[in-house]
Design a protein. Structure first.
Length: 119
């Protein structure tokens, strides 16, 4: 499984990179906002994307919509510190697979990935 990490926080990207590699998966790229993620998709060809919701230039839900229009087989996990029911419903409608609320543990992250793989 190949992951693209999208988050405007370098610390959050480092934490996710550590979790992903600890679980034995590959990080194929990192982006600091949704716009950069959209531009990278064809180059890195991820199977999973961890997508922060609140970012400058392009929010995670907007980037997810564009990415999924290009390739609906990519599994996007939207990550946010504040869960907003309206945003959750909107993201699920566009094809985001799961949500993770910050902060989260390695075990919770692993569970989310296993739930997506099981579908």
């Amino acid at each position: 499984m190949k992951f693209l990490i999208v988050d405007d926080s370098n610390l959050s990207r480092q934490k996710l990179r550590g979790m992903i590699t600890e679980l034995g998966y590959e990080v194929v790229g990192e982006a600091c906002d949704g716009l950069e993620a959209v531009e990278m998709i064809d180059k890195v060809n991820p199977t999973y994307i961890t997508m922060d919701l609140e970012m400058p230039n392009m929010k995670g839900d907007a980037a997810s919509r564009i990415i999924l229009e290009k390739n609906n087989k990519i599994n996007i996990i939207l990550i946010t510190s504040i869960i907003n029911q309206k945003e959750i419903i909107n993201a699920l409608r566009i094809g985001v697979k799961k949500f993770l609320q910050k902060p989260f543990t390695l075990e919770k992250f692993k569970t989310i990935i296993e739930e997506i793989k099981a579908k």
